[in-house]
Design a protein around this ligand. Structure first.
Ligand code: NAD
Length: 274
């Protein structure tokens, strides 16, 4: 008999028991999806990101209840190198190890180049790019000590192609692919891999929040907004899901992916095949 396999079941093989994973920006969206997928595979997780403390507490408790793993939280601000250093030090001190680092925290701002606010440029470069430099340089010693490590950078289709009005985001995401390659080369003989995942549009609360507004602004239906505005560049005309990105992060964290390093893997329904 053919029993359909749900995505969650694929990660339930518990291949990551005993591993400790830190996911930046994991209080919502893709980061939370990745943290839950890693926890489903048995890893203890450290959450990070902005949000109401009670809600973050509930998210953390839910992960413990659903997957029987440890889950802690760091409020570190990814635009501040000092907070990042404290977060990595506290993680290694408390857990005694750090095996999987997912650099996911990210923000966006849309404006033409001449009007792009300088402070927004600085903030996007700090959160979307420099934070990954800081977390990685500080996490590598703990990974080297165990001869095992996985660094997964959440880039974007915008790491591979540009779009108008997104100068800082596109520059930061292209930059993180460069950082991914250098990290992979410097760690290649040490059981450590570093890869970038490049999603197209992923269905997150952030995306959902745009649909009704765009429908009103353009005077079109929700379905038209999704197909003709948001997914205009995405040939398969469907959003990727946080579960799909989570499953890929789990796979990249396993021994099966030991030879995959330095890549930028599109998960974009064909967008960058154009
Ligand atoms: P989101 O807004 O739901 O999540 C962003 C996370 O980053 C949140 O947890 C937020 O609290 C955290 N964050 C923001 N600023 C921070 C700071 N200064 N310090 C610490 N944490 C901070 O967005 P998302 O859609 O889940 O995006 C997550 C990542 O995926 C981003 O890097 C984004 O560029 C990338 N991405 C998203 C999509 C998409 O369609 N949603 C597509 C491609 C790439």
């Amino acid at each position: 008999m053919n029993i359909p396999i749900k995505l969650q079941d694929q990660t339930a093989a518990r291949t990551l028991v005993g591993k400790v994973a830190l996911v930046t920006g994991s209080t919502s969206g893709i980061g939370l999806g990745i943290a839950r997928a890693l926890a489903a595979a048995g890893a203890d997780v450290v959450l990070n990101g902005l949000g109401a403390p009670e809600e973050i507490g509930r998210t953390r408790e839910q992960i413990v209840a659903d997957f029987g793993v440890g889950a802690s939280y760091s409020p570190a601000d990814m635009s501040k190198p000092k907070s990042i250093a404290e977060m990595i030090a506290a993680t290694v001190a408390q857990a005694g190890r750090l095996d999987i680092l997912v650099n996911n925290a990210g923000i966006q701002h849309v404006a033409p180049l001449e009007q792009f606010p300088v402070e927004k440029w600085d903030q996007i470069l700090a959160i979307n790019l420099s934070s990954a430099f800081h977390t990685t340089r500080l996490a590598l010693p703990a990974m080297r000590q165990n001869g095992f490590g996985r660094v997964i950078n959440i880039a974007s289709a915008h790491a591979l192609v540009g779009s108008p009005f997104k100068a800082a985001y596109v520059a930061a995401k292209h930059g993180i692919v460069g950082l991914t390659k250098v990290t992979a080369l410097e760690t290649a003989e040490e059981g450590i891999t570093c890869n970038a995942i490049c999603p197209g549009y992923v269905y997150t609360p952030l995306v959902e929040a745009q649909i009704d507004g765009q429908a009103k602004a353009h005077g079109i239906s929700r379905d038209q907004v999704i197909r003709d505005v948001l997914l205009a560049q995405q040939p398969n005309k469907r959003f990727a899901t946080v579960e799909e990105i989570g499953s890929l992060a789990v796979f990249l964290s396993t021994d099966a992916a030991a030879s995959i390093t330095g890549i930028a893997l599109p998960v974009d329904g064909g967008w960058t095949a154009h």
